[in-house]
Each structure stands twice: as C-alpha cells, then as structure tokens.
Design a protein around this ligand. Structure first.
Ligand code: F6P
Length: 342
C-alpha cells in the first residue's frame, strides 16, 4: 500500500480535522502518501482530490469542522456511483480509502466494501448512534456544549420561575439529550427511544412546583415523539434531502406545558451550535487514536473494517457490524437518568 484516499462525509462535527491529521501523520511515517477528497462522496465521484502533507495538515488538532469539506451525497443515489468511485481510485492509483462518516456515509461504505472497494471506516457523529463502537468522534464535544446550555438555562429559569425547554439534536437516538440532561440535572429528558407522555410530564412539573421548586428544565431530543394520540405534533417541513427538517418539537412541548400547568415556558433550540467549535481533549484523543488505527489497517490492506472504541481500546470491527442497525440509548441508561427527575 503506498497511496491512501481520505474523505469526510455526512454532517460535520468537532474532531474530524484531528482524525485527518492523524491518518496523514501515521501514513507519512511509513512513507505512504495520502490524498484528500473534497466534500465527502461528492469529491470521489468527481475525482476531485488533493495530496495531503504534514504541512497542509499542521495546526489542525483543535480546529472544528473539516478541511476537506463534507456533503450528504450518497453514491448509491448517483448515476454510475460505484463505477465512478472505482474509477477515481484507479485514476489516482489509490490502494484504498479511509472514510470518516456517520451512519449514512458508513452504510454506503459497507455496500461499497462488499462490492470490492477497499475501505476502512472511522465513526463520527455528534449523535453517537453508530453501532459496534461505544463512542463516535464529536459526541463528547456536543455533550459539553449542550451541558453548558443546560447550566446557563438553569440560572435564568430559577430567576424567573420558568420552565425552560432545551431541544438538542438526535434524530433517531437520544444520546446527547440523555448525557447533557444527566450532566446538567434536567428535570425531564425526552428521547426518541421512549415515546413520552405529556400528561406525566405536566404532572411531574406541577409536583415539583408543589414541593417548592418553581422552575424546571426539560431537555428534549429533536426526534422525540409523544405517545400516540396524547398530543398534536405539527408535521415538520422537508429539507433538501427530503428528510423531515427537525428542530421544532421543543415549541410544541413548551406550548403543552403552558396549557397543562399554567407555568410560563420558554424554548431554546440549540441547533448547529452543538456541531461547531473546538473538540474536547477526549475527542482529540479519540480522533487521533482512531486515525492512527485506520491508517495502520489501510497500510496492512485490512479493508472492510471500522475503528471502534471498546473498553477504552481502539479496535477494528467489521464495517457491516457497525451499520447493521443504529445504536440507541439503552433502557438501563435511560433508567439511571430518570432516577433524578425530581
Ligand atoms: O447527524 C447529525 C445531525 O446533526 C443530526 O443530529 C441532525 O438531525 C442532522 O445532522 C441535521 O442535519 P443538517 O445539518 O443537514 O441540517
């Protein structure tokens, strides 16, 4: 192996640059050249590539985002996608690809690997919903940002005796909501994994007020839904990929809280703030360890694998295991979070 391509796909997150830098450095140490594709699969399809060097990846460790750019382009939805990817590898004489992505990007990587494209994956997403790894790059930084938001809301909630609803990201899994809610001492945490009961939430907030705590914090994941028939939820508009454009359930919940309890409520939708900024030390270390492992797997020609964080070690797992299903918040963890609703 002498030439490796790298791409970042899907939503960006803090730690991508640290991972790119690690792949480039480890490869360089073994005199293997690295090439960066622009904007995820888009760059591979268009064979838009630039050589990466020690100097072009200097000073990246602490920088959020991705110097390569990213997109949600799926090669399986593009004409001749697979053939064009194989051709891009051929034209640039690449031995294989290191693909840094979340569930969407890695699912395409799994299919491509099955079709013979040499690929190693690195899991990243603030959502932490990639299976076969305990952590994805970006998650811990997003949790720090969301926890800070809960802390800040606490002081203003307390001053005004209000209910503060904080909506965080998490389309299919409530990892950020659960972690930031627990870390910030939220009074209710609503996640996509457990349909919520608005009546119970209202009861709980009234009970708190009855025992002298006349403010509350509710953390809700954008993908959380009420139990069927218990509350009206407006249909979200579609984004440019035809997916529901989330970021609105918080308003519906605040409205219900005011209606059911009479307590004044306010909403904060954290949005893309939680995808930006400098990675935490843990995310920098995780990205660096995964980048080094991915470079080593690629240089050994061990394709079809993803780097995973397991029992404090970074280990290779089959790409197919990582994309067979989403990793959602387990009931055991949610139960711990619930213990403290009070
Ligand atoms: O997958 C990461 C994520 O941040 C989700 O939590 C969120 O639903 C989605 O991306 C938002 O996507 P976009 O940046 O394309 O609006």
């Amino acid at each position: 192996v002498s030439r490796i391509g790298i791409l970042t796909g899907g939503g960006d997150c803090p730690g991508l640059n640290a991972a790119i830098r690690a792949v480039v450095r480890r490869a360089d140490q073994a005199n293997v050249m690295t090439f960066g594709f622009a904007a995820g699969w888009r760059g591979v399809l268009d064979a838009s590539v630039e050589q990466l060097t020690l100097s072009s990846t200097r000073g990246l460790l602490h920088r959020g985002g991705t110097i390569l750019g990213t997109s949600r382009v799926d090669p399986y939805r593009e004409p001749d996608g697979v053939a064009r990817i194989a051709q891009a590898l051929d034209v640039h004489r690449l031995d294989g690809l290191v693909v840094i992505g979340g569930e969407g990007t890695l699912s395409a990587a799994t299919r491509l690997a099955d079709e013979g494209i040499p690929i190693v994956g690195i899991p990243k997403t603030i959502d932490n919903d990639v299976a076969a790894t305990e952590l994805t790059i970006g998650f811990l930084t997003a949790v720090r940002t969301a926890t800070e938001a809960v802390d800040r809301l606490h002081s203003t909630a307390e001053s005004h005796n209000r209910v503060m609803v904080l909506e965080v990201m998490g389309r299919h899994a409530g990892w950020i909501a659960t972690y930031a809610g627990m870390a910030g001492g939220a009074d209710a945490i609503l996640v996509p994994e457990v349909p919520f009961d608005m009546e119970a939430v209202g009861r709980h907030l009234r009970h708190r007020a009855g025992s002298g705590r006349d403010f509350s914090i509710v953390v809700v994941a954008e993908g959380a839904l009420p139990r069927e028939g218990t509350m009206e939820v407006p249909e979200p508009p579609k984004d440019e990929f035809g997916r529901p454009r989330l970021g609105g359930i918080g308003h519906a919940i605040a409205h219900e809280i005011e209606h059911r309890t009479g307590f004044p409520a306010r909403v904060t939708i954290l949005g893309h703030v939680q995808r930006g900024g400098s990675p935490t030390p843990m995310d920098r270390v995780l990205a660096t360890r995964m980048g080094v492992e991915a470079a080593e797997l690629a240089m050994a020609g061990t394709w079809g694998r993803m780097t995973a964080f397991e029992h404090h070690e970074v280990v290779p797992v089959a790409l197919a295991d990582a994309t067979a299903e989403l990793k959602t918040v387990p009931a055991s963890l949610y139960r711990v979070a619930e213990t403290f609703f009070g």
